[in-house]
Write a protein that binds this ligand. Structure first.
Ligand SMILES: [Fe+2]
Ligand SMILES: [Fe+2]
Length: 140
């Protein structure tokens, strides 16, 4: 499954979230093309990115009191747990399952997560003046 950033399809109109989603898809693309030597280094970069991506969304959820915070963060924890498990296997030189996860599992998860939980968060942020004013300042 080849997934590249498409503004109309993936853009949520929240710059911080969109930037993380662009970076996530770019990392998946690099991992798909990576050879066996490069793959573990890039997988670690993906784990580091996801950690920060989820921390940033968690901060937005708290800042604007997002009602589905528990559910959304529960899903983040689940996926981070999966990634850490695959990362342990990758560090021991076991790449095939992690490669399948990067090629199929993660893109499928991303499309679903983006169109449900992340979309709901972006819609909530749009309705909140506090965050809007902050974003407006950044966008100018
Ligand atoms: Fe996200
Ligand atoms: Fe999320």
């Amino acid at each position: 499954m080849k997934l590249t950033w498409n503004e109309g399809r993936h853009g949520l109109g929240q710059e911080e979230m969109d930037a993380d989603h662009r970076e996530f898809l770019a990392l998946l693309e690099i991992l798909n093309d990576a050879g066996d030597e490069e793959f573990p280094v890039m997988f670690q970069k993906l784990v580091d990115h996801i950690r920060l991506h989820f921390v940033r969304e968690g901060r937005l959820m708290r800042l604007e009191k997002f009602p589905a915070l528990g559910e959304h963060e529960g899903e983040h924890h689940r996926v981070l747990g999966e990634l850490l498990q695959f990362n342990r296997a990758v560090k021991r030189g076991r790449l095939p399952l992690a490669r399948a996860y990067v090629r199929i599992g993660l893109p499928e998860w991303f499309e679903l997560h983006l169109s449900t939980m992340d979309s709901a968060l972006a819609a909530h942020l749009k309705r909140h003046v506090h965050h809007q004013s902050g974003i407006a300042a950044v966008q100018i």
